[in-house]
Design a protein around this ligand. Structure first.
Ligand SMILES: [Zn+2]
Length: 393
């Protein structure tokens, strides 16, 4: 298949390229070639998207499926919000019919907003997570997902014992990890408060042994960080380092209130940090130290963190990323993180429109012609006056 179109591609945090009137040739879901249109191009053999702009499909590196229905419940900071809204939504996810319907809706919503790849927490429930994976498989999206692991300081309905948590996670991993090229299992201990260091350590062992990612949260809220310090008499990153969960296959959401020791550990272990600016604004968690992490070359990804994040729409998350900083950042930066940057962290073949990459595009139709790449990004991020369609070949 050949498509005639205009391409917007991220190069790095400060650069996008714009290729107008180019032909993308796709073979078996992979981009075979990208060439400029010439006079000799036979138009009859082309799919004509010459009035549209094509970007790489978007990637969401951190979100919670069961929490979709509780987005927008404003009024609390992290710990109270978890107890009042997030955890009750996960208790409800135990119901299998509910889990199936919600999973279907969640993946449809990802498609609607143009996200082809997402990294997801389910709930602690084995069977509901299995059902969520079945729906993920049907969706044809690239889904990294795992059941939440928690064994302390949690409501009784969500408290597992460590053995059960590990065996159920492992069973799901055996069924779903790389069942096809689109699906991966992710070991998902919730965070240091509700997952014991011993359970974290065992989960990390299984993750390393089976070459999966592991995801959890770190340094999101001042009160939470205080709790960690009072419980373990050490910093958050030190706790995680001693539990041996850090490294390049680990995704840590937030990292807002870091000590210097924390940053040294994250940098040394090359651990990935997933920035979730919309959730940080919503829960009044604080300002992500973007510049500091970039200067230390700590790998950064971008996530919606629904349901503290108010939307799965990664263009809205890019807008929040810009608003969350106290200085101006290049418009190209959030676009980089939501496409090429996230793909790099997740080691996927998406996130860029280049030869040999997966053909996963977002087709954009503006009301008028927009031809400068920065103008295109500004419209995508700050206006909602356009149509979008996810194309996966
Ligand atoms: Zn989260």
């Amino acid at each position: 298949m050949k498509i005639l179109t205009n391409i917007v591609n991220s190069i790095d945090r400060e650069t996008v390229e714009f290729l107008d009137n180019h032909i993308i040739e796709i073979e078996k879901g992979i981009i075979a070639s990208i060439t400029p249109q010439t006079k000799n191009t036979a138009k009859s053999k082309l799919k004509d998207f010459s009035k549209s702009v094509i970007t790489p499909a978007l990637i969401d590196a951190h979100t919670h499926l069961p929490q979709l229905p509780i987005t927008g419940n404003y009024g609390y900071e992290l710990m109270d919000w978890l107890n009042n809204y997030a955890l009750p939504s996960e208790i409800e996810f135990e119901n299998l019919k509910y889990a199936k319907d919600l999973s279907k809706k969640f993946f449809e919503e990802l498609k609607r907003v143009g996200t082809a790849t997402a990294v997801i927490y389910s709930s602690i429930h084995r069977e509901s997570t299995n059902i969520a994976f079945e729906e993920a498989e049907k969706s044809k999206l690239r889904i990294f997902m795992g059941k939440v692991m928690m064994n302390q300081n949690c409501p009784k309905e969500l408290c597992e014992n460590a053995i059960q948590s590990l065996s159920e996670s492992y069973e799901l991993q055996k069924i779903w990890h790389k069942k096809n090229e689109k699906l991966q299992y992710v070991y998902s201990p919730r965070f240091g408060i509700s997952t014991s260091p011993e359970l974290m350590q065992e989960a990390a062992k299984l993750s390393r042994l089976n070459k999966t990612f592991l995801q959890t949260h770190i340094n999101e809220n001042k009160h939470e960080v205080e709790l960690i310090k009072n419980t373990y008499s050490k910093t958050y990153a030190r706790l995680y380092e001693e539990a041996k969960i850090l490294g390049s296959k680990t995704l840590l959401a937030h990292a807002i209130h870091n000590t210097k020791e924390d940053l040294d550990i994250l940098q040394k272990t090359k651990t990935n940090i997933i920035h979730c600016p919309d959730a940080n604004l919503f829960l009044n968690s604080g300002q992500f130290p973007l510049r500091e992490l970039e200067n230390r070359e700590i790998p950064i990804g971008l996530g919606s963190d629904v349901g503290a994040g108010t939307t799965l729409d990664m263009f809205q998350i890019m807008k929040s990323m810009i608003y969350r900083q106290d200085h101006l950042i290049p418009i190209e930066s959030p676009f980089y993180y939501a496409t090429k940057g996230n793909a790099k962290i997740l080691e996927t073949n998406g996130g860029e429109i280049l030869e040999e990459k997966d053909a996963e595009f977002l087709k954009i139709d503006f009301k008028e012609t927009v031809k400068r790449p920065q103008e295109i990004l500004k419209k995508l991020i700050f206006s909602q006056d356009y149509k979008r369609e996810l194309l996966i070949f």
